[in-house]
Design a binder for this molecule. Structure first.
Ligand SMILES: *Cc1c(COP(=O)(O)O)cnc(C)c1O
Length: 362
């Protein structure tokens, strides 16, 4: 215990302690099989059961309806930036994107290689300090889909609710940094994707929730691994999946359930975020980066306005066992990533340090 510190890294990020304890045991010998979890064949009975349990736990947690498939892929959220348009944007159609940060921009850049893209709203003009108002969104006439980034990891902004999409246009969401941090109504979406390494598990697994009818779209002459239908047909095992990552996600799902499910996790996430934002709002040294109505519960970004002072805060915090607080290079300042697995004690320790640090600044 005493050798672990508070890890505020944006990703790969902190994992729940009970999950790590269990994984230590299962790496050696899982389910009394005499073989460690990372050493089992993905075609064997032991892994079959782990996979089924992981999928079932995810479905239960988020109340995922029957008409949706769950996929455990590779290539990160970044490969989804390409796969989504390759499969869901037919020739001659337009896809609409909401641009709320660097990850949205990367998704847009990849989609532009595939087809016609319309940016329906953007907060770039104000340095991504907030989420566009619904009234500011200008959709194209008949978009093939609407893509948004639910939480902007780098700028610390988050959609409070799904953007309204034109009827008939499936909503596609990059939920990498806030998936399963609060309840989600999956039936509003066509496709949700997330790299696992922020809220769900280790890096190397991409979790995809896709509406069945969409999984069958896309040219059949695309490379086999770039077609959703391949992964649906072969149960995410067309090739060897990240077996250990899928196992660990299952353990994280069980942990979330034990913490009160998504509603319980959201309640705690709100408490954690409020604790930290309240301290920043009361601070004479720091101010929050995001507009108050757009603030993220997952990535809390703040700054003093003086780069040297911010750097001193980050390095002194690290000496106190508060690690990973340096802001992303494109946003600067300080970023505290307080995903599901960050305990309240970690946020309290950070708040205490903010107060202590302020006393050293005049
Ligand atoms: C971290 C992150 C990504 C990149 O994920 P990879 O798994 O590294 O490809 C994409 N989108 C968002 C919102 C992220 O936070």
């Amino acid at each position: 215990m005493s050798d672990r510190i508070f890890n505020f890294s944006a990703g790969p990020a902190v994992l729940p302690e009970p999950v790590l304890r269990q994984a230590q045991k299962d790496l050696w010998d899982v389910a009394g099989s005499g073989i460690g979890v990372a050493e089992h064949s993905h075609r064997g009975k032991v892994f079959d059961r782990i996979f089924a349990e992981t999928e079932k736990a995810a479905r239960e947690l988020a109340g995922i309806p029957d008409g949706y498939k769950l996929l455990f892929l590779q290539g990160g959220a970044t490969l989804q930036f390409s796969m989504v348009p390759m499969c869901l944007l037919p020739k001659g159609r337009t896809a609409d994107y909401l641009n709320t940060g660097v990850w949205s921009q990367k998704a847009i850049a990849e989609a532009k290689k595939v087809g016609d893209i319309h940016v329906a709203a953007s907060s770039e003009g104000t340095n991504f300090d907030g989420i566009p108002e619904a009234s500011a969104i200008r959709y194209s006439a008949d978009p093939a889909y609407v893509h948004f980034t639910s939480n902007n990891t780098i700028y610390g902004t988050q959609w409070a609710a799904e953007p309204p999409a034109p009827s008939g246009a499936p909503l596609v969401c990059d939920a990498s940094s806030d998936i399963f941090s609060r309840p989600i109504d999956v039936s509003k979406y066509g496709l949700i994707y997330a790299g696992a390494q922020k809220n769900l598990g280790p890096s190397g697994v991409t979790f995809v929730i896709i509406r069945e009818d969409l999984a069958d779209l896309g040219p059949k002459d695309l490379p086999i691994l770039l077609q959703y239908r391949t992964h649906v047909k072969d149960g995410s095992m067309h090739n060897t999946p990240n077996t250990f990552g899928i196992y660990l996600m299952g353990e994280v799902f069980k942990w979330i359930k034990a913490e009160g499910g998504l509603a319980g996790i959201e309640e705690r996430n709100r408490r954690k975020a409020k604790l930290l934002y309240d301290a920043i709002d009361a601070s004479k040294v720091f101010k929050g980066r995001a507009l108050p109505g757009s603030r993220s519960m997952m990535n809390v970004c703040f700054l003093s306005g003086n780069d040297d002072l911010d750097a001193r805060f980050v390095s002194e915090a690290a000496k106190r066992g508060l690690d990973g607080l340096k802001g992303h290079r494109s946003a600067g300042g300080i970023r505290a990533s307080i995903y599901n697995a960050m305990p309240e004690a970690g946020v309290q320790a950070l708040v205490d340090f903010v107060h202590e640090f302020e006393k050293t600044v005049d």
